[in-house]
Design a binder for this molecule. Structure first.
Ligand code: NAD
Length: 388
């Protein structure tokens, strides 16, 4: 038995106006300090107030949000008693909002208690997710990724009940997204699309979504990166790509690029999308070397080949990933993150432990043995193509 979950998705230009059709009286907005400073949070608050809502802003979410932050946010939500929780921002505020929503509904639970088996029984509030980056797809997924800052590790969990009620994907929110964040988050969406398609939990419902999302990222990311302030079509398509990829992998799962990227990013404190996409071409090569299929489907769907040779298609796909990463000036080795060899060697054992414990490790199309995992990290450090 399997489930397909989706929020109601409102997308395209002017979709923020949907906020004025929402029924309710108290909205608790979870966001980050930058979006408060840029006036984005104030704009959303204004739209809700015009629609008759009392609002409260919790603008304390840091990138890769911590368990401590969501615990604080849940206390504020309990004091305010909203009937809508609004997650406004990139994946960090949206994930924090999901955890806060759960802890508001069930105050006896900690964020670490949320899991697919927990019966959350939401009754007090519904949730709207409004992405301001085009990458994580958190607006459409059941997943929550938090960081345990003491253990320096990411903690991924989720529940089908935590999928937002509504996702509003409006390109006006990403036109001014800085280039670096555009690249990091757009490549995150590509990593979701590819891993969601090739992982062992892929299924008939998620396949088409993942293929379409990959096609959109290859077609529009470079444009959004180069001229995102004026190219509304590229911003719109990247927003749609991220949400579609979220629906795809959210109803399937992910693989090694995420397991290794989570472990690496939490240890060295690097942004999520930059880390998972760093590993994507390498783990794709590793999987193809082991005979894993399905990459050829992606290569054909995005127009790289018409040939049915799976392996050749997969290798063209790896090259296309690397070309796109070069076009958006993405680091393509661990060394290019300016991590000294000694610091990397010191961390290697822990990087492997945390990657192996990641919830996405076991759905990879080729699961590495411990020595292979170490070797993978070492090759990515040096930027060497995978030959094993
Ligand atoms: P983010 O939310 O951490 O934001 C990164 C930076 O971009 C922040 O400084 C933020 O203020 C800034 N920013 C956001 N929107 C902006 C805008 N419109 N203009 C200017 N600056 C803006 O980044 P992210 O990559 O979107 O999210 C990463 C988090 O999402 C990680 O914690 C990751 O683990 C999680 N994640 C969750 C899922 C899921 O399904 N729940 C999937 C993938 C990743």
């Amino acid at each position: 038995m399997w489930y397909f979950k989706s929020p109601e998705v409102v997308f395209g230009e002017d979709s923020l106006s949907h906020l004025q059709q929402i029924e309710g009286s108290r909205a608790f907005i979870v966001t980050d300090p930058t979006l408060a400073l840029l006036g984005v949070a104030g704009h959303i608050e204004g739209l809700l107030q015009e629609a008759g809502f009392a609002t409260e802003l919790f603008a304390e979410v840091e990138p890769e949000p911590s368990l401590q932050t969501v615990r604080r946010g849940a206390e504020c939500a309990l004091a305010f008693a909203p009937d809508w929780i609004i997650g406004l921002g990139g994946g960090s505020p949206m994930d924090a909002a999901k955890a806060i929503w759960a802890m508001y509904e069930r105050p006896e639970l900690d964020a670490t208690d949320i899991n697919p088996m927990t019966n959350l029984n939401f009754s007090k509030a519904r949730m709207i997710a409004i992405p301001t980056t085009s990458g994580t797809g958190s607006e459409a997924t059941w997943a929550v990724v938090l960081t345990d800052t003491e253990e320096k590790r990411k903690f991924s969990t989720g529940s089908r009940e935590i999928v937002p009620t509504i996702a509003i994907v409006d390109p006006s929110l990403t036109t001014k997204l800085p280039r670096r964040i555009t690249a990091d988050t757009g490549l995150d969406a590509l990593t979701h699309a590819v891993e969601g398609y090739v992982c062992s939990w892929s299924n008939d419902f998620s396949d088409g979504l993942c293929l379409k999302a990959a096609q959109l990222v290859f077609a529009y990311l470079e444009r959004a990166y180069t001229d995102g302030e004026n190219d509304v079509e590229a911003r719109d398509k990247m927003g749609v790509a991220a949400t579609i990829a979220g629906l795809g992998f959210g109803n399937s799962n992910l693989g090694l690029a995420h397991a290794m990227g989570h472990s690496f990013g939490a240890h060295f404190k690097k942004p999520h999308g930059r880390c998972v996409s760093l590993f994507l071409p390498y783990v794709t090569e590793f999987s193809i070397n082991g005979g894993a299929g399905r990459y050829g489907d992606i290569a054909r769907f995005v127009g790289l080949t018409t040939d049915s040779d799976e392996e050749a298609g997969g290798r063209l796909l790896v090259q296309r990933m690397r070309d796109l990463e070069s076009a958006v000036a993405q680091p393509q080795s661990i060394a290019s993150f300016e991590i000294a060899p000694a610091d990397f060697e010191d961390a290697l054992e822990r990087l492997c432990d945390h990657a192996e414990q990641d919830t996405q490790f076991f759905t990879a199309p080729r699961i590495p043995e411990r020595e292979e995992l170490e070797k993978l990290f070492q090759y990515v450090y040096e930027g060497r193509p995978i030959d094993f």
